[in-house]
Design a protein around this ligand. Structure first.
Ligand SMILES: Cc1ncc(CN)c(N)n1
Length: 225
């Protein structure tokens, strides 16, 4: 999956961290169905909390935007997260007897705090591009993971998770995020962004967020003996 032209450059600059994230044992366990249910539910509760803060970070991007188009794209992503993606978490947990109020009140794992606050700080201390580089691994990585796992074809109890991220709605969010990032980069850094003195720092932000994704999967797996 390319999702535009900037994402493949940031992904390549992230090196092995990208495959550590997108081919993590947790991911492979979702794909072949071997992931323990307890690990999945633990992850899903944490991921609900993650999405609360991740939505706040996209809302911050509305305030950091320079154009109405950027504001609309970021606001639409907030809507997609809160009213689309999080439905998977709420419905799956409800079927397991966990209410949305319990999800909202759950204690955050340290890895969750580290990742979400890193992204929010990228937006508070930096500009729109700093924030986009920190936000990108999440939205685009899951798009890539979902699309790959959907090709496996075997039976897995995590088919609804895969369908959420491989599905047309989520893939459309990814394509729009990729286009938003490309436009924002061209507007601020010009047509050859790699020549900008800001480029290495943006790549570093993307890589750090990717490493925090790896830690997030590991947190999910560690919940099981
Ligand atoms: C930790 C994490 N990273 C990414 C996504 C996909 N939005 C997610 N739900 N959770």
């Amino acid at each position: 999956m390319s999702y535009g032209t900037t994402f493949p450059l940031w992904r390549a600059a992230a090196g092995d961290a990208w495959s550590d994230y997108t081919r993590h044992p947790f991911v492979e366990g979702l794909g072949d169905g071997t992931l323990p249910r307890a690990a999945y539910l633990h992850y899903l509760v944490q991921d609900y909390l993650y999405l609360v803060h991740y939505s706040r970070a996209w809302a911050l991007a509305v305030t950091k935007a320079e154009t109405l188009d950027e504001m609309r794209a970021c606001a639409a992503t907030v809507h997609a997260l809160l009213n689309g993606e999080m439905r998977l978490h709420v419905q799956t947990c409800a079927a397991e007897g966990i209410s949305e109020a319990e999800l909202f009140a759950a204690a955050e794992a340290p890895q969750n705090i580290a990742y979400t606050r890193y992204v929010l700080d990228a937006g508070h201390s930096g500009d729109f591009l700093d924030l986009m580089a920190a936000l990108a691994p999440c939205v685009l990585g899951y798009g890539e993971i979902g699309a790959r796992l959907a090709t496996f074809g075997g039976k897995t109890p995590y088919a609804d998770w895969i369908a959420t991220y491989a599905g047309a709605d989520y893939q459309a969010v990814c394509h729009k995020a990729g286009a938003l990032i490309d436009g924002a980069v061209a507007r601020r850094l010009g047509e050859v962004p790699e020549d900008s003195p800001r480029w290495p720092r943006l790549c570093a932000r993307f890589q750090t967020a990717t490493r925090l994704e790896v830690d997030f999967w590991a947190m999910g797996l560690r919940s099981c003996p």
